[in-house]
Design a protein around this ligand. Structure first.
Ligand SMILES: NC(=O)c1ccc[n+]([C@@H]2O[C@H](COP(=O)([O-])OP(=O)(O)OC[C@H]3O[C@@H](n4cnc5c(N)ncnc54)[C@H](OP(=O)(O)O)[C@@H]3O)[C@@H](O)[C@H]2O)c1
Length: 225
């Protein structure tokens, strides 16, 4: 599949690109084309080193708009506070059939604690996933919020986690779950419900970050037993 990771030059995009390159055509999107090209080269050399003859895909870099135009799947991997302006511009470039994945966590800090704060997106926003679904009218899956970027970016690290996801479109399920297990076959996708429940998933990451602050254990994820 052709997968565009918009804002793919950041922490989360790094691991998604390296791991998906084993099977897919990955396009790193950025506001700055040269930055995208440079990061794509760096990720590609890491993927070659890790997967060697198993590597069947590619990684290239482009401006966000060009990346979006080409893709079957679009991951929006930018900080929540820029989402509204970003969507205003990118909407015209995304193929209407493309599946959108939102890993976005609207997070704020208050009195030394992390809080879930979708109002950093817009005053009446309830979650990033819902804002994207309402604005773009594409099929949207909200997920990946609990994947620690550092573990994801290390292709030798085992992602033995449960992976919650929300979507109002059943036809997105197979594509999404296959893409998730292409990151690591140990990832266990669990369906939570329609996109209206996205706030539940997004806020779990905030809980995890507060646990990390209190226990000094970093890069945590989740598993239900
Ligand atoms: N880091 C994690 O462990 C993690 C885990 C799960 C989910 N998430 C979520 O995934 C998203 C990406 O996380 P991240 O850690 O990769 O973020 P990040 O490194 O802070 O930023 C990602 C990219 O966003 C782009 N960006 C920054 N400001 C922008 C703006 N005003 N308009 C458009 N693009 C802008 C930048 O790309 P260019 O400068 O190249 O355009 C940047 O490289 C966030 O919403 C985060 O909540 C993160």
């Amino acid at each position: 599949m052709k997968i565009a990771i918009l804002g793919g030059t950041g922490d989360l995009g790094t691991g998604l690109a390296i791991r998906w390159a084993r099977k897919h055509e990955v396009i790193i999107g950025s506001r700055d084309e040269q930055k995208a090209v440079n990061e794509a080269k760096d990720y590609a050399s890491k993927a070659i080193l890790a997967y060697q003859t198993e590597l069947k895909g590619t990684i290239k870099g482009m401006k966000n708009e060009d990346a979006a135009k080409e893709a079957d799947v679009v991951v929006i991997a930018i900080p929540a506070q820029y989402l509204i302006d970003f969507l205003k511009n990118i909407g015209d470039y995304i193929n209407k059939e493309a599946l959108i994945i939102s890993p976005i966590v609207p997070i704020n800090k208050k009195d030394g604690k992390f809080i879930y704060d979708p109002t950093i997106i817009a005053p009446n926003a309830r979650s990033a996933g819902e804002v994207i679904a309402r604005t773009l009218k594409n099929r949207v899956v909200s997920s990946f919020h609990t994947l620690p970027a550092k573990k994801l970016a290390d292709p030798y690290s085992m992602l033995n986690y449960d992976l919650l996801y929300c979507s109002s479109d059943k036809s997105a399920t197979d594509i999404f779950t296959n893409l998730a297990t292409d990151l690591d076959e140990r990832l266990n996708p669990l369906y939570v419900g329609d996109i209206e429940l996205s706030y539940l998933l997004e806020s779990i990451t905030v809980t995890i970050l507060n646990i990390s602050l209190n226990t000094k254990r970093w890069n945590l994820s989740i598993k239900f037993i």
